[in-house]
Design a protein around this ligand. Structure first.
Ligand code: CP
Length: 293
């Protein structure tokens, strides 16, 4: 049984095959390849993009989707997450998609279920479907020529599961990942180049991936105000100038903190293209894991 807990669960060859399917699904309104299949989503953290994209992806493939309303589920009566998942599994779904604030929780479920588990984001650990759609967006933008491309991931790297997944995935496709962040948000490892300010690296980068400041995942207050942080880390038209750089963000964007209003209107920003690609890539992931092809 194959699951998607981290990007390392798919080989590069599997990812290229996945993207061939995603390209096909981008051009296709609907399909019935998952007709008769039932997919359960368990979102213990809020979501706009990931949850809706999975629901639309499942429906476009002809599957039915059951989204457990965790707020009104029996979790509030003291049931453990393992028992909740065991009960959902006993109803024989064809896949379970789970988002949870605990790092490693989706991975710890795989030995307790009879269907694929898809990690839709676990704490600050991993967000494999986001990284796979980010890579797809980069590959399509550069017509497959990703070798040697320099990607600066800017902002709250330390608590970002998107950074956590991309820093492992993008180098597998020849890209050079670096981080731009204040000390309090820098990556804990010494495996990547890290910069204090985007101006140090802006002339060399091909892609800027801006991140949201995940204040809910920090126990300390680092800035007098979020606007102090934004003075140095908000991506503006002045930051980019007339350089040919691809601007990405996983969403949700905090306007004028992560990215300025003017850059959100700029053609170099492909954030909504990421969202569109996210449905097609998730269609391909559901097909691969449920049909095992
Ligand atoms: N990118 C992302 O995970 O967005 P949501 O939190 O809205 O799902």
């Amino acid at each position: 049984m194959q699951h998607l807990i981290r990007t390392a669960d798919f080989t590069n060859e599997e990812i290229f095959t996945l993207y061939n399917d995603a390209r096909m699904f981008l051009d296709m309104e609907t399909s019935d390849v998952l007709k008769g299949k039932i997919i359960v989503t368990l979102f213990f953290e809020n979501s706009t993009r990931t949850r809706s994209a999975f629901e639309i992806a499942a429906k476009r493939l002809g599957a039915q989707i059951v989204s457990l309303d965790v707020g009104t589920s029996s979790r509030s009566k003291g049931e453990t997450i393992f028992d909740t998942v065991a009960n959902i599994n006993a109803m024989k779904p064809d896949a379970i998609i789970i988002r949870h604030s605990d790092c490693g929780l989706p991975g710890s479920l795989v030995d307790h279920v009879d269907c694929p588990i898809i990690n839709a984001g676990d704490g600050k650990h991993a967000h494999p479907t986001q990284a796979l759609l980010d890579l797809f967006t980069i590959i399509e933008h550069f017509n497959g020529d990703t070798k040697g491309k320099k990607v600066a991931i800017v902002g709250d790297v330390r608590t970002s599961r998107v950074a956590g997944s991309n820093k492992k995935l993008l180098p597998r496709f020849g890209m050079d990942v670096c981080f731009v962040a204040p000390d309090c948000f820098k990556d804990d490892s010494n495996n990547y180049k890290q910069y204090d300010n985007i101006s140090e690296i802006i002339d060399e980068v091909d892609v800027v991936m801006s991140l949201r400041t995940q204040l809910e995942r920090h126990n300390e207050v680092f800035f007098a105000s979020i606007h102090e942080y934004a003075k140095d880390y908000c991506i503006t038209s002045e930051t980019f100038g007339n350089r040919d750089i691809l601007l990405l963000h996983p969403g949700p964007v905090n306007r004028n903190v992560d990215i300025s209003d003017d850059m959100l209107k700029d053609k170099r920003n492909k954030i909504l293209e990421q969202v569109t690609n996210g449905v097609a890539v998730r269609m391909a992931i559901l097909k691969k894991l449920i049909l095992k092809q």
